[in-house]
Design a protein around this ligand. Structure first.
Ligand code: G6D
Length: 329
């Protein structure tokens, strides 16, 4: 029977742990509505496959780690967008663009927490009210992210939202993974398989161009399972419409695998590099290429490029997007 409990510690303050009947433990925190640990039993050890910080103070300095990202994940080019004839100016927090919601995105906000336990599942519902005009985004938005762990070893996050005025909404969970259990080991020997024949083309500042590029024969080609190797990624993979599973990440020893099923049309894959190397994380010092972020979401730039769909949230159509990782160990 999956259970959830509220805990306190000096390093983390108030946090939550969800445990299932197979020994999996999912740690969750209201600061940034983030997952802080995902521990699976492997042989006679416990392996935390989420790369994160030791303390809340560290998370404030490295706020994207495993956090809810929003209201718009990725970049809004030029820190402005047009919606229903009105131009909105958001915050240019990276190279003249708005990255991950601006200077105080969802990752830096304190969310309200409500635990739940239902049959073979348990978890926490985090809720945030984002006022009209906050950081340039229109609409009084009520956002929710529900984290769930089940007794059949499924870890999921579901984003929901309502607004009283048309706005943009394209959240994600910015989970950083290393299936060896420590970011001190590079992810190069991890195996990755992605059901995406195309990636969205990006500019040097990682904004999208509106075009898509076939992955065949390129560094993005993970249609067949492949080692990540030294490949550096920061790209939106366009998941095939008919794919039941978006991707599978497998540890070098083959003892742990995550398979992602998502309602999102894309998954941004970001591999850490020299910028993160040397950071003291909860389970080791980050190596160069020490983690891979898997971010299910709408394609960044969709507000400009309707060929990628829509990230407009309106009063008459609430938002709902669920992603589930099947844990195999
Ligand atoms: C870099 O471009 C990447 C982002 O996609 C990522 O989310 C961030 O680092 C952590 O800015």
């Amino acid at each position: 029977m999956a259970t959830v409990e509220k805990l306190e510690s000096k390093e983390l303050g108030t946090y939550y742990e969800v445990k299932n009947e197979n020994g999996v433990v999912l740690g969750l925190h209201p600061f940034g509505a983030r997952s802080i640990s995902l521990v699976v039993p492997v042989d006679d050890t416990l392996r935390d496959v989420l790369v994160g910080c030791k303390t809340i103070a560290d998370y404030k300095e490295n706020s994207y780690y495993n956090a809810a990202i929003g209201p718009v994940a990725g970049r809004i080019a030029g820190a402005r967008f047009e919606l229903e004839g009105t131009i909105y100016e958001t915050e240019a927090n990276q190279k003249g663009n708005t990255l991950h919601g601006g200077f105080e995105g969802f990752d830096l906000r304190d969310w309200q927490a409500q635990t739940f336990s239902l049959g073979n599942k348990a978890g926490v519902v985090f809720t945030l009210e984002d006022e009209d005009g906050n950081h340039g985004f229109p609409g009084n938005v009520v956002a929710k992210v529900t984290y769930t762990l089940s007794d059949d070893n499924q870890y999921s996050f579901k984003f929901e939202a309502t607004t009283d005025k048309a706005t943009l909404f394209n959240p994600t969970n910015h989970g950083y993974y290393n299936l060896t259990g420590t970011p001190s080991e590079a992810i190069d020997e991890h195996l990755l398989q992605i059901n995406a024949k195309f990636v969205a083309k990006t500019n040097n500042d990682v904004t999208t161009t509106g075009e898509k590029v076939a992955v065949a024969g390129t560094k993005f080609d993970f249609i067949s399972e492949n080692k990540i190797g030294e490949t550096l990624l920061d790209d939106p993979f366009l998941i095939e419409d008919d794919a039941e599973e978006a991707l599978t990440l497998t540890s070098p020893d083959g003892k742990v695998a995550l398979t992602l099923i998502t309602q999102a049309p894309a998954v941004v894959i970001y591999t850490t590099g020299t910028a993160e190397a040397g950071t003291e994380m909860k389970n080791g010092v980050m190596a160069n290429h020490g983690a891979v972020a898997i971010e299910p979401q709408g394609v960044p730039g969709t507000e400009i490029y309707p060929q990628f769909g829509s990230i407009t949230l309106t009063p008459d159509e609430p938002y709902s997007m669920e992603s589930t990782f099947k844990l195999v160990f």
